[in-house]
Design a protein around this ligand. Structure first.
Ligand code: PGA
Length: 240
């Protein structure tokens, strides 16, 4: 059940031409990768990346999904629409969505249920801020995010632990710190959803990926900046 999953999070990057170029460069470099390789791309790139990835080991994901089937939800996108263009995975509750777009544990829970109901694989993000870590609140914050985010859910999900202070800052959690925290998350998640894959995210790159992935509890990575660079991302997907 605990597969190695390496998921790129392109965030709001990659035009049509850039996505095409990325795939041309990346596909030959990842053909021997043994992990589940996923690219979570902007909505407008999903179908293109999906088509370019046919016949390769790369799967495609989105970065958000609505909790409703359809209707008056301006600016949202439905699970059916995502599946129709080739998405198989979806990131839910990324800290940027929580910080800038009002995402809460409750909406994370609703979106996750909707993804599962429609056969999309949710990558549910949790993580503490620097203030919370320094204030000794890390475990309380993470336990809450996991319990509320996964309330009423028993199906398999993927969890991504992304300390907010490590995202896009170049500050990575040490492998030991990430491992210990993910071990804690596992102890909270396991009674709910079983032995699921838990990824680390936050300034993971070609240089530090192997030492993170060597750790017992770290089943993979959710990678932002380094997933925009074919060479760097291929080093990560080819880690032992
Ligand atoms: P980063 O982003 O790798 O650029 O730190 C990770 C993420 O936000 O998923």
């Amino acid at each position: 059940m605990r597969r190695r999953i390496i998921a790129g999070n392109w965030k709001m990057n990659m035009t049509k031409a850039e996505a095409k170029q990325f795939m041309a460069d990346f596909l030959p470099l990842c053909k021997d990768a043994k992990c589940d390789t996923v690219l979570c791309v902007p909505f407008t790139d999903i179908h293109r990346v999906y088509k370019l990835a046919i016949g390769s080991n790369v799967k495609v994901g989105a970065q958000n999904v609505a909790w409703a089937d359809k209707g008056a939800f301006t600016g949202e996108i439905s699970a059916e629409m995502l599946k129709e263009v080739g998405a198989e995975y979806v990131i839910i509750g990324h800290s940027e969505r929580r910080a800038y777009f009002g995402e809460t544990d409750e909406t994370v829970n609703m979106r996750t249920k909707q993804a599962l109901k429609n056969g999309l694989k949710p990558i549910v993000c949790v993580g503490e801020t620097l203030d919370q870590r320094e204030g000794g609140k890390t475990e309380e914050v993470l336990a809450n995010q996991v319990k509320k985010g996964l309330e009423g859910i028993t199906e398999e999900v993927i969890i991504a632990y992304e300390p907010v202070w490590a995202i896009g800052t170049g500050k990575t959690a040490t492998p030991e710190m990430a491992n210990e925290t993910i071990g804690f998350i596992r102890s909270v998640a396991q009674p709910l959803v079983g032995d699921v894959s838990i990824l680390y995210g936050g300034s993971m790159n070609a240089a530090n990926a192997q030492s993170l992935l060597n750790m017992e509890h770290i089943d993979g990575g959710l990678i932002g900046g380094a997933s925009l660079k074919p060479n760097d991302f291929s080093v990560i997907v080819n880690c032992d």
